[in-house]
Design a protein around this ligand. Structure first.
Ligand code: ASP
Length: 333
């Protein structure tokens, strides 16, 4: 009998790793688990959780996953591996970082090749993830993605290729570490994140949208977001967070009635809150007009942060302060 403190909870959510090419529905997971050295009993507790492509995972799915992980961690479980599709893995990892303490050993993995493909990467990724989750205990790294022999921090990582097995990268900072020939090596540490935002929203999920601004974007792009069913909006501006002049007033009008967060569409680097660039539609103009600074957050992750903050409620200043803790991580005075 394995003691609870040595057990890893392995949550199966679906995705390519559990799929056969050309078939709808999940593949039999036993073969995958056996190829990864998991025999169905012992130190890994397998929890079939969902069986969906990751484009169909929802925020409530991940809220309930986080609640279950919390319950098991309180019972003394040592760590957690989440197996899911790669398409939204970076969002799930970041959402879990907003919900769970960074001290919890938690690794996400999946595969780029189906279970039946020649050179399927799923079993190896899963084995690496299980090694990593034990090795990372006590390191305080928050959720980590383990794919293709690399470890990536939830905040920095992005899926950058739709097909290759090396599909994940942390632009501008590189992987946190590696898993090679069964050895886990840490190359760097992420900055300690703020305390988790947590979930205080009950069953009602605020709807927060993400829009990417393009050259010559038309103000019509923003028209749907005046609808009160949208609780908030994240805007990915060009470069360091700028928009065409024609969008400045519509954005200011939206920001007067709901939280609107500004980030860069580049995926790394800050908004120009310092005001190097001036004039209508520049980042600093939008911030002065009431938009909330998303700093160096990627848009899709800023959307998750704003969703939880909207659920939390509180006044504008409280929301702005809470957002700044995440958006401004690492900025020195
Ligand atoms: N479409 C798949 C998913 O995200 C891709 C994958 O798992 O790699 O579920």
């Amino acid at each position: 009998m394995v003691a609870q403190r040595d057990m890893i909870g392995l949550f199966l959510l679906g995705g390519t790793i559990l799929s056969i090419a050309g078939q709808d529905g999940p593949a039999e997971s036993t073969a995958l688990l056996e190829a990864a050295g998991i025999k169905g009993a012992g130190a890994v507790d397998i929890v079939p959780w969902r069986a969906v492509g990751s484009q169909n995972l929802t925020i409530p799915d991940i809220l309930s996953l986080a609640a279950e992980i919390t319950r098991r961690a309180e019972d003394g479980m040592a760590g957690f591996v989440v197996v899911q599709g790669t398409d939204t893995m970076e969002e799930v990892a970041f959402l879990l970082s907003l919900l769970l303490p960074a001290s919890l050993p938690l690794v996400l993995t999946g595969a780029m090749r189906t279970a039946d493909a020649a050179g399927a990467d799923g079993p190896g990724n899963l084995r690496d993830a299980l090694l990593a989750v034990r090795a990372l205990a006590g390191q305080n790294l928050g959720p980590v993605i383990c794919m293709n022999g690399e470890l990536h921090a939830a905040r920095a990582v992005r899926k950058v290729d739709a097909g290759r097995i090396g599909a994940f990268a942390s632009a501008g900072q590189g992987p946190l570490g590696t898993v090679v020939t069964g050895r886990v090596r840490l190359l760097q540490r992420p900055l300690p994140p703020p305390p988790p935002v947590g979930w205080t929203g009950g069953d009602a999920l605020p709807k927060v949208a993400l829009v990417t601004v393009t050259m010559d974007a038309d103000p019509l792009l923003l028209a749907p977001f005046a609808d009160p069913r949208w609780a908030g909006l994240v805007v990915e501006g060009v470069g360091s967070g700028h928009v065409p002049q024609a969008l400045a007033t519509p954005l200011a009008e939206l920001a007067a009635i709901k939280p609107v967060m500004l980030v860069s569409r580049c995926g790394q680097g800050d908004t120009d809150a310092a005001g190097i660039y001036r004039g209508e539609g520049t980042a600093v103009d939008l911030l002065e007009k009431g938009l909330i600074d998303g700093g160096s957050l990627q848009g899709r992750k800023a959307r998750l942060l704003l969703t939880l903050l909207c659920a939390k409620g509180g006044n504008r200043d409280e929301l702005r302060r809470a957002a700044a803790e995440w958006a401004g991580l690492g900025l020195l005075p």
